[in-house]
Design a protein around this ligand. Structure first.
Ligand code: F6R
Length: 611
């Protein structure tokens, strides 16, 4: 949430910052702004998307070699020009961008108001900035010292970057809880919330740690902790290509990412799964194989779509590994003082690796002695670094705000972990294990088959786009898929949608059914199939419109349904990786048909770095 970019060097800062903000816009798009330091400090900001800011700046003199930029997802204060970042301190000499939340800002604001400060915005950021300015003035110290003093009093999460009119050759940055990457160029430095704005200039980056303050000049990067002790910057090489963060001919990132899934699942399995040899190799999991095998309980923590992947995994782990699994919303788990016993393994699932609730949930569990395994997409992200071990999903950058390819890659990893543990524990028969390896290896190619139906799904979307509500139903492995289908539809098209276990429908939601309600059944071939057909009949009897995802070769279900989406045959454990593709496409095409901004749905942001 909120994207930050900064540059210091000999190039023009503005084009680098502007391009960077466009790449980070998935993190928030309520407003954006830049501050440039040339002969003086200039701040430009605007409500709306980065393109709106860009338009207002056409023709202006934007020359500067130092600058900071921000794209906002509003927390404190409505989206508006004055709440947009960067903010300027009261004396006009400092400008600052911030990603995070300062929880004790109200108290600090009261103190500053008593000292004569006046505030132009409703933001917590302006409060922190003036707090720093006040310390600077009272202590007559360097800015980095004032920042350190201020941050020791801050409760909350932040990445901040400041520029100072009196020290135009230095940027000061600090982080706690929100991400900050620094790109190391030749005589220049690039700062950003993730690597996407940096990648075309340098592949050498430093991930700043919590409670570190960075003092950045064109040719020097110093990291210190809040105790003013020097820290050694650890330089990492980025393993990412520019093409991965561009649309590559697709109209939207979401569509590109849906269509990438044969490749992303393949990349996820590559080098790990060898169906011929009957092996699964995952270094970060292998190291904890014993703990997984002997776990009394596996607790999965995640949010949103990643939580849905966790629910599918619950069914898979219980079946293949005969272990007790609990799936927790990270936001609930972290505040509940949960019971963590010796022998518990926590699996954190996160695309971004920066979701604040998931991060704090695993930090708390780690303190209590649990083993933490991360299933994370973004390499080097906070959740990945906080985990003891785990596996990257290798789905590549996911830029569309709605998660698609990350979900299927998460499922691929989770299935592999379950197969590995189940086989080593002896809770899965060798014949089934080997067959599942073969079936899993075939998934990328089957996803390709599903994607061939996109024109049919588009037609279906146009048929049902005007429905005000949708119900998604499934049982067993298909229940979390129903939840995910409903989530995709509501976030992309703003149509109200609910997901339910198909049998639960009779306990309430059936009251909604009438001739206008489309009910999407995930009704692929599994042990519950007959029961799902009965649920379908119950909807049909009340004149609901039945749309079903079925397995090819099923000749009976089409006699009940109004419309169909078909997946190739596979094991029921793996079917969610296929059926969800149809639901992603359905949401996408309904969103498009309704004229929605599918890559940047209203009120959302991709990386939820505030709780
Ligand atoms: C939905 C979506 C969100 C995320 C959730 C967790 O399409 O994208 O629900 O799944 O915010 O994010 P990560 O996986 O980055 O922790």
């Amino acid at each position: 949430m909120c994207g930050i970019v900064a540059y210091i060097g000999s190039r023009e800062a503005y084009p680098i910052i502007l391009k960077g903000l466009k790449r980070l816009e998935y993190r928030g798009y309520d407003s954006s702004g830049v501050a440039l330091l040339n002969s003086g400090l200039k701040v430009y900001k605007k409500k709306g998307k980065v393109a709106d800011l860009e338009e207002t700046l056409i023709g202006k003199d934007m020359h500067a070699n130092v600058g900071i930029g921000h794209t906002r997802w509003a927390t404190h204060g409505e989206p508006s020009d004055c709440n947009a970042h960067p903010h300027m301190s009261q004396n006009g000499k400092l400008a600052m961008i911030h990603n995070g939340i300062i929880e004790n800002y109200a108290q600090l604001k009261t103190e500053l108001i008593k000292k004569g400060y006046e505030f132009k915005s409703d933001t917590d950021t302006e409060v922190l900035l003036n707090f720093i300015e006040n310390i600077l003035q009272n202590n007559n110290c360097p800015l980095e010292e004032a920042v350190r003093i201020a941050l020791k009093r801050i409760v909350g999460a932040y990445v901040i970057v400041l520029i100072d009119q009196d020290n135009p050759d230095t940027l000061i940055a600090a982080r706690k809880g929100s991400p900050l990457v620094i790109g190391i160029g030749k005589g220049e430095h690039f700062l950003a919330s993730d690597a996407s704005p940096i990648i075309e200039y340098t592949k050498e980056v430093v991930y700043v740690n919590d409670y570190e303050v960075a003092i950045i000049k064109s040719d020097e990067l110093i990291l210190k902790n809040l105790g003013n002790e020097r820290q050694t910057p650890y330089i990492t090489k980025l393993d990412m290509e520019l093409a991965a963060i561009e649309k590559g001919g697709y109209e939207h990132f979401m569509l590109k990412e849906i269509f990438e899934q044969p490749t992303t699942i393949f990349d996820c399995l590559r080098g790990r799964l060898d169906a011929h040899a009957g092996t699964i190799t995952m270094k970060g999991i292998d190291e904890y194989a014993e703990e997984l095998k002997n776990a009394n309980r596996i607790v999965i923590v995640a949010c949103g779509t990643s939580w849905h992947a966790g629910l599918v995994a619950e069914y898979i782990f219980e079946e293949l590994c005969r272990v007790n699994v609990e799936v927790e919303y990270a936001s609930e788990f972290r505040y509940r003082n949960p019971v963590i016993n010796k022998g518990d393994v926590i699996i954190a699932i996160s695309q971004s690796g920066e979701t604040a609730d998931t991060l704090v949930a695993i930090e708390n569990a780690k303190e209590k002695g649990a083993i933490i395994l991360g299933v994370v997409n973004v390499v080097g992200s906070s959740i990945a670094r906080t985990s003891h071990g785990g596996a990257y999903t290798h789905a590549g950058p996911e830029i569309g705000v709605a998660s698609t390819k990350a979900f299927t890659a998460q499922l691929a990893i989770l299935v592999m972990i379950a197969l590995k543990v189940g086989f080593e524990k002896g809770t899965i028969e060798e014949k089934r294990y080997r067959q599942l390896l073969i079936d899993l290896e075939a998934i990328p190619q089957k996803v390709e088959v599903v994607l061939k139906d996109h024109e049919k799904i588009k037609a279906l979307a146009e048929k049902y786009m005007d429905a005000p509500d949708f119900l998604y139903l499934g049982r067993g492995y298909n229940f979390p898929v129903a939840l995910e289908g409903a989530l995709k539809l509501k976030e992309i098209s703003y149509i109200h949608a609910e997901g339910y276990p198909a049998a639960e429908m009779k306990h309430g939601p059936i009251a909604l059914v009438d001739e206008k309600l489309p009910v999407v059944f995930i009704a692929t071939k599994d042990v519950y199939h007959q029961k799902v057909l009965s649920n379908m009949q119950e909807i049909k009897a009340r004149k609901g419109k039945v749309i079903a995802v079925i397995t090819e070769g099923d000749t009976h279900t089409p006699t009940i349904t109004n419309d169909l989406m078909i997946i190739p045959e596979t094991d029921e454990i793996l079917a969610p990786m296929l059926s969800v593709i149809h639901l992603q496409l359905l949401a996408y095409y309904i969103g498009i048909a309704k004229g929605c901004d599918v890559d940047k749905p209203r009120n959302l942001a991709k990386s939820v770095t505030v709780e």
